[in-house]
Design a protein around this ligand. Structure first.
Ligand SMILES: [Zn+2]
Length: 106
């Protein structure tokens, strides 16, 4: 059986896996920099911020992939509604629907 149209969730899984790999690579690169005397040319704060954002991205993508494996991917963690695929395509690792995201940040 050949599948020309792929499940949109499958496509998102590919993207999440890519994102996970990319951030893992970046994190090890920044970690190497942080051990060098000149920190690879980065100032201390920038490097710390880059490392923190990589760690966060890795945690978010890992969590999204775990939800996919468990079959509850795309469900808002706050209200339990299904997050529209259009939103997931923009933010594959989002944990909240639009309205919960808004009430959360306000
Ligand atoms: Zn929600």
């Amino acid at each position: 059986m050949t599948r020309t149209v792929r499940d949109p969730i499958e496509l998102l899984r590919d993207r999440l896996e890519e994102q996970f790999q990319l951030n893992t690579d970046l994190l090890s690169e920044f970690t190497v920099c942080s051990r060098q005397p000149d920190r690879g040319g980065y100032d201390r704060d920038t490097l710390a911020a880059l490392i923190a954002s990589c760690r966060q991205a890795i945690a978010d993508t890992a969590q999204a992939l775990r939800h996919m494996a468990e079959g509850d991917y795309g469900i808002c963690e706050r209200c339990g509604d299904r997050i529209p695929i259009e939103r997931l395509q923009i933010l594959p690792d989002t944990r909240f629907c639009v309205s919960c995201q808004w009430t959360r940040t306000i």
